[in-house]
Design a protein around this ligand. Sequence first.
Ligand code: MG
Length: 375
Amino acid sequence: MSVFAVILCGGSGTRMGAPVNKTLLSVDGEKAVVKALRAFLAETDGAVLVVKEGEQGSFEAALREAGVSVHAIVPGGFDRQASALAGLRALPEECEIALIHDGARPFIRREDIRSVIQSVKDKGSGVMAVKARDTIKEADEKGKVVRTLNRDVLYHMQTPQGFYVKDMLRAHENAKERFTDDAALMENAGYPVHLVQGHYDNTKLTSPEDLPVQNILPRIGHGYDVHRLCEGRALIIGGVEIPHEMGLLGHSDADVALHALTDALLGAAGLPDIGHLFPDNDPKYKGISSLLLLEKAMERIRQKGFEVGNADVTIVAQAPKMAPHLEKMKENTAKAMGVNVNRINYKATTTEHLGFEGEKKGISAHAVALLIART
Ligand code: MG
């Protein structure tokens, strides 16, 4: 059975206060409408986009850039009902089931799209909804509560809303009023409307507050470094000079822990590694404190719009004992990164005398870092 999605992107977006159509705003690094489309195109035979008059070009460009294609992009009408009808009329002849969806709901899950399609096949309709979580009251125009509604039977309507195309076209033709969603139109036309339980995270981008929450994108990075131990060098780890008969060999101060950490942070930000940013044949970096390199790396990371979630470093050394210095390492590192000390962790281990660390030929360090982007 041929199933198509009709994605409504014609909302004015006035509540969003955004200069562009809210379905073209970036969510998880992708335009909201593209993110929604990917889910629908994976579960249906195609899609029709309904956009505001004059915005076809912007949507064509967005789709081209994302490498997705649709059956048609058509101008909508003066309200939601007119736009849905325009979309239905643009469907290909063979399409039997249409799923009407808000382009501003990018978080729709593929499994929920499948459930809606199944409900249409089984019962003639399938409308995404979630149970009301808050108590809902009815009040008069002065704000005085008239009664409290029974929450157990109340649902918030979402999209997609799926029906047979022929049923919807008939309901549109006979409609005497304007409705805020397709379910209401169908209900009024006498068709049974069946709810399909969806998820609360299928939210609609409506107000500016929706965006920061939805656009938090965590990024993880990993770093690893090794330096050889030799005589006649200071041992500097985590920005702390540790008294020891040997030190680490390197072009900079050879702070193995900070190098691993800096690489983890750069990795999470999708930036080239520390050796790329600060080449070890550049005299500028000879003997330089790795705290300074970390500081510079953080500038680059912040320029890309990232903030630090947390970072965790493991130092692998047989000797000397790291435990007395870990707190100071955290402080120095947090200061160089410009973050609260509780976001940074250091720990140390020996290797039970195994390997190059165990034989005291060198010291290694591992680090993981979590960055958070507000796109
Ligand atoms: Mg290094």
